[in-house]
Write a protein that binds this ligand. Sequence first.
Ligand code: C5P
Length: 243
Amino acid sequence: MKRAAPTPKDKLIFALDVPDLAQALGYAEILKDHVGLFKIGLELFVKEGPGAVTSVREIAPNVGIFLDLKFHDIPATVVGAYRSAVDLGADFVTVHLSEGSPMIRAILGEGETGTTVLGVTVLTSTSADDLGDIGIDPEKFPEPGELVIHRAHMAKEAGLKGFVSSPLEVRTLKEALGDDIIVVTPGIRLAGSGKDDQKRIATPGSAIRDGADYLVVGRPIRDSVDPVKTAEEIVREIEEALL
Ligand code: C5P
C-alpha cells in the first residue's frame, strides 16, 4: 500500500488477535476509519491462511497490513516467505534477529518491495534468567536489554531499518542506532487501565514522546465496551504527543 506521510491515526496498529475470520472482519469493519494498520498474527493466520489478509483488505482497502509471523529459518526459506508476504501486499513483516545477519542480508537483497521488514531482537517474555539457558554468556549479556542493543546494531549494519521494541526501550534504541530507524512498539496501555500479561508498558503519549513511530494495541481496543472510542482516545494522545 502506498501511503503519504503518516498522520496520528496512521501510527496506530490494531492487533487482530481473534481466533477466527468472522471476528477479525467484525473488528476490521468498525475500526477501518480509526486505525492505520491491522496486525495479523500467528493465531489468525494459522487458522485462516493468507485469505485472512485478502478478506481484511477487501473490507478495509485503505488500512495497511502488518503480517506478524516472526520468520525464523534458513535464509533461503525466509526469503521465500518474505516474497509470499510481498505478493500478499503486506506493509510490515517481522523477522527474528537471533540468527545473525545472513537472514537479514538475504531478505534485504530482494530490494525495494514496499514491504518493510521489522526485526525482533529479544522477545519481551525472555528474562535475564532465561539467557543462560539459551546459551547466551551472562557475563557479556547480564540483561536482555544489552542483547537487544547488540542484535539491533548487528541488524542495522546488515541494512535493517525497522525494529519491534518494548516502549521502555525505544529511546535507548534510537539513541544507539539513530533517529532514522523505524520502531514499532506493543505494550501500550491507556493511563489507569490494566496491564493484562504485559510487563513493560507505557501510555500512547509517552511511547510517542520516547520516539515510537507506530504503536501496536490489541486488548485495550478489542476488549473495550466501545472499541472506536478507545481507538479515538489513543489517536488523540498520539496527536498531542506529536505537537
Ligand atoms: O493486547 P496487547 O495490546 O497486549 O497486544 C499486543 C500485541 O503485540 C499482541 O499481538 C502481541 O503478540 C504483540 N507483541 C507483544 N510483545 C512483543 C511482540 C509482540 O505484545 N514483544
